[in-house]
Design a protein. Structure first.
Length: 325
């Protein structure tokens, strides 16, 4: 008889909660630093420190040979998708409240459900599709299409940045599920950190002197195009800490999904929503307006419903009798 894979739900939940807490703290720090440093500088320092720490994990997990891959193009595409997702989200943080951006990003699981139909050929029933539509209604409410431009905290384009982040993150997840990745978690982290470093260096070479930021009035564009500056001694502590935090995020989430099934772990990522509301209120004095509260409720409710339906479906399949040939 075949053995059932280890499914340590309690430990996995502890890991995912730790990872989500680290993500929330990281987002708060990036928003805090967005007024004085360019995004590509923050990303470079964060990724460089994270890469060094991850290389230590490489040595522990089997040495440099585990970095070898037969699918370099796949890893490059995956890395670029993650870079776009993160930098779009971080750019939005310079202009809109943390809770707003986080709630819009949590549309990603709904996008994964919809995109899995054409990309993976999966079937999505009317119940789950209804839940997805409800979630997307929450995204539309948060965009406030009925409001005039001067009533919004940021431009329409900036409000779409977390949605772009959710879309690219969903595409990354589906690409990984469709093609498969035969690499250890530490190796995957190295590829992603390298992608961040390459993109941030490219930004530095093109816009690192701030030439394109002179005429930029939008906070998000200023954050993207601002000139590099040498960090103050107090900010160095936060920037280096963000690098260590990036390594913690990668380790905790990879461990969570390694020791338990995704249907058990994924719903607990939504703890990031109340955490974002907390940091926004305590650090920046922001509390969501009613449209954001309504959008959070719809996105959170529909996302959790979709996850629970997936878990129920997986449980039914696992209990189905196996026919012998």
């Amino acid at each position: 008889m075949s053995q059932t894979p280890t499914n340590n739900a309690a430990l996995a939940i502890a890991f995912v909660l730790g990872g989500v807490a680290a993500i929330s703290f990281n987002d708060m720090l990036i928003k805090q630093l967005s007024g004085g440093y360019p995004l590509h500088e923050i990303v470079f320092i964060r990724s460089f420190v994270g890469l060094i720490l991850t290389l230590f994990l490489i040595r522990m997990e089997g040495g440099w040979q585990i970095l070898k891959t037969r699918r370099p193009v796949l890893h490059a595409i995956r890395g670029l998708l993650i870079v776009v997702a993160n930098m779009s989200f971080f750019a939005a943080l310079a202009a809109i409240p943390l809770a707003d951006a986080t709630a819009l990003f949590f549309a990603a699981p709904l996008m994964i459900t919809v995109l899995s139909i054409p990309i993976l050929g999966e079937k999505v029933g009317p119940v789950r599709m209804t839940a997805v539509i409800v979630g997307f209604a929450g995204v539309i409410i948060m965009q406030r299409p009925w409001a005039d431009a001067d009533q919004l905290q940021a431009s329409r384009l900036v409000l779409l940045l977390p949605v772009l982040a959710a879309l690219t993150y969903a595409l990354n997840q589906l690409m990984t599920r469709k093609l498969g990745v035969e690499s250890k978690a530490s190796a995957l982290s190295v590829y992603v950190q390298l992608a961040f470093i390459v993109v941030s260096v490219a930004f530095f070479l093109v816009a690192g002197d701030g030439r394109f930021a002179e005429n930029a009035t939008d906070p998000s564009m200023q954050f993207l195009l601002r000139a590099w500056v040498w960090p103050t001694s107090s900010d160095w502590v936060w920037l280096l800490g963000m690098g260590a935090n990036a390594a913690v995020i990668g380790y905790c989430l990879s461990q969570a999904y390694r020791i338990a099934d995704a249907a058990t772990v994924a719903p607990f990522e939504y703890v990031g929503l109340p955490m974002a509301v907390f940091w926004g209120w305590v650090v920046f004095g922001d509390l969501p307006v009613w449209e954001v509260w309504a959008g959070i409720a719809l996105i959170l409710g529909s996302g959790l419903f979709v996850f629970l339906r997936e878990k129920q479906k997986a449980r039914v399949i696992s209990r189905a009798p196996v026919r012998r040939r």
